[in-house]
Ligand binder design. Structure first.
Ligand SMILES: NC(=O)C1=CN([C@@H]2O[C@H](COP(=O)(O)OP(=O)(O)OC[C@H]3O[C@@H](n4cnc5c(N)ncnc54)[C@H](OP(=O)(O)O)[C@@H]3O)[C@@H](O)[C@H]2O)C=CC1
Ligand SMILES: O=C1O[C@H](COP(=O)(O)O)[C@@H](O)[C@H](O)[C@H]1O
Length: 490
């Protein structure tokens, strides 16, 4: 394993898909521009449409011109990046086309990275054909996108099919939330700062909130999304990973497996939602028409290609607990939804109040600290602390205010890289700690499957919520009945 970015041959399956065009070329372009792609690195786009390499490069150039800020584009850096690209038309489901990859490789020595930006149902076929066509050697790595499967059984099937060809040490399962700057910072915050490290348990923390709110609807992805729903699309992967990063015990070092072992322990200890908890500890929602950022938007059942009978959820809120010594008795409240009033991903750690309180009794409810960790849109960390209100007439009145670390203000010279930049770079370095191990995926599915089974048994239909709201009102009631509320200093 090396810290240097090695030269690689990157074979990008699904080269004309939504993810590739919106995120992957942009990330690769930025890496190139910052000198983080080795000179010899080349990229082969693979998809089934008939494109000449020049037409493919023109398509990628167009995508970059739409997605990379003009201030970060020069003709020189565009040309340099585009020259790395080639294209091969291949039907991934049949072996024949795979010889295009060996032709492209032409005996080159550098390792091959295979990025599967295609539906997970194709992963098995592609791995089998890559092996059948002798495209691989022991240094080849494969990157796979989420969600892996639809439930535990299908994820096992897919993981088995990938595992039949690649060793676990060569499989990079992407969860792009793990590449976000602030998520990375959770490791530093928790394990480099004794101030927090020593307080990070049930004796000091009363409860934890995680919100991942999106303003977008399903963006023309009805076919995929309606099969999945917000629980499979967002909770099984992104929210579970955030929860693990907050709840895990300190790993003994920063090795991939040390970190992933700790995350797995959290997933194993996560209390399932079943029985009567289905009535009290989880809310399933679906948006109806409403207004987001002043713009009228259709309801989920009125989206393009919609099946008007669909009971798929676009919002989930739930309360859970990590049943171990560190967290016993600390509720974790999580919520995520589409068509919320604003894009916001944040984690709030609520510390317990002072055990002996000496200030104005009317201000008692103020007297606790909150650590607010913002993932997006503005990355930063702020600690809500209490100080004395200034002014001669205020006596010992308390005032709550933030100790702020806004990454953009604190480190103005540094561009905060997109999650995919960091993850692609780590694949090229051969570092796995930001990628999800097979057992993590499977424990997360186990938890999600239990909830879905419960919903199905009880015939739980999603509650309606207007687009532009924070979800069904019962998601507010779910937390207020415990004496807390969703943190609202947006
Ligand atoms: N889009 C997103 O925002 C996100 C996507 N993901 C995951 O990333 C992966 C890719 O998603 P996305 O880009 O949205 O998917 P798309 O359907 O937009 O793209 C898939 C690509 O694969 C090609 N393809 C599909 N089947 C074949 C085949 N048999 N032979 C050759 N080419 C084929 C498609 O070609 P054609 O155009 O001809 O169909 C297209 O280029 C999925 O696993 C998804 O779950 C994860 C997070 C976010
Ligand atoms: O994986 C996914 O993530 C996006 C949200 O990602 P973000 O980085 O913009 O927060 C979500 O819209 C999509 O449905 C899901 O598949």
């Amino acid at each position: 394993m090396t810290e240097e970015t090695q030269a690689v041959d990157l074979a990008l399956f699904g080269a004309l898909g939504d993810l590739a065009l919106r995120k992957l070329y942009v990330a690769l372009y930025h890496l190139d521009r910052e000198g983080l792609l080795a000179d010899e690195t080349r990229i082969l786009g693979l998809a089934r449409q008939d494109y000449e390499p020049d037409a493919f490069r023109a398509r990628v150039r167009d995508a970059l011109e739409h997605r990379v800020d003009a201030s970060e584009r020069t003709e020189e850096s565009m040309v340099r990046f585009l020259e790395r690209l080639d294209y091969a038309q291949v039907d991934f489901t049949t072996l024949e086309g795979y010889s295009r990859i060996t032709d492209w490789r032409d005996g080159r020595e550098v390792p091959m990275v295979i990025y599967l930006s295609v539906p997970a149902s194709l992963y098995g076929d592609i791995c089998k054909h890559l092996s059948g066509a002798n495209c691989l050697d022991e240094r080849s790595r494969v990157v796979v996108e989420k969600p892996i499967g639809y439930d535990l059984d299908t994820s096992i099937e897919i993981n088995d099919a990938i595992g039949a060809v690649f060793d676990e040490s060569s499989i990079y399962r992407i969860d792009h939330y793990l590449g976000k700057e602030t998520v990375q910072n959770l490791l530093a915050l928790r394990f480099a700062n004794p101030l927090f490290g020593d307080q990070w348990n049930q004796s000091k923390i009363s409860h934890v909130e995680i919100t991942v709110a999106e303003t977008v609807g399903i963006e023309g992805r009805w076919g995929y999304f309606d099969q999945a729903g917000q629980l499979r699309d967002m909770v099984q992967n992104h929210l579970m990973q955030l929860l693990c990063m907050i709840a895990m015990d300190p790993p003994s070092n920063l090795d991939s497996d040390s970190i992933r072992d700790e995350k797995v322990k959290v997933l194993k200890a996560l209390r399932p939602i079943e029985g009567d908890m289905l009535d009290t500890d989880v809310v399933r929602g679906q948006y109806v028409s409403g207004s987001v950022n002043g713009k009228q938007v259709p309801g989920y059942l009125e989206e393009e290609d919609a099946n008007t009978e669909s009971r798929t959820e676009t919002f989930v809120a739930f309360k859970t607990e990590v049943s171990n010594w560190r967290w016993a008795g600390v509720p974790f409240y999580l919520r995520t939804g589409k068509r919320m009033p604003q894009k916001l991903s944040q984690i709030v750690i609520h510390f317990r109040p002072q055990s002996h309180y000496i200030f104005d009794p009317d201000q008692r409810s103020l007297a606790s600290n909150k650590l607010v960790i913002k993932l997006q849109p503005e990355e930063g960390i702020s600690l809500q602390v209490l100080t004395k209100d200034s002014g001669l007439d205020k006596g010992m009145r308390l005032r709550q205010g933030p100790l702020n670390l806004d990454f953009h203000t604190a480190f103005p010279q540094a561009r905060i890289p997109d999650a995919y930049e960091r993850l692609l770079l780590e694949v090229m370095k051969g570092q796995q700690y930001l990628f999800v191990r097979r057992d993590e995926v499977e424990y997360a599915w186990r938890w999600v499957d239990t909830l879905i089974e419960g919903w199905e048994k009880r015939g739980v239909a999603p509650k309606r919520y207007p687009a532009g709201s924070w979800g069904p009102v019962s998601s507010i009631a779910m937390i207020t009945k415990d004496g807390y509320s969703w943190y609202e200093d947006y």
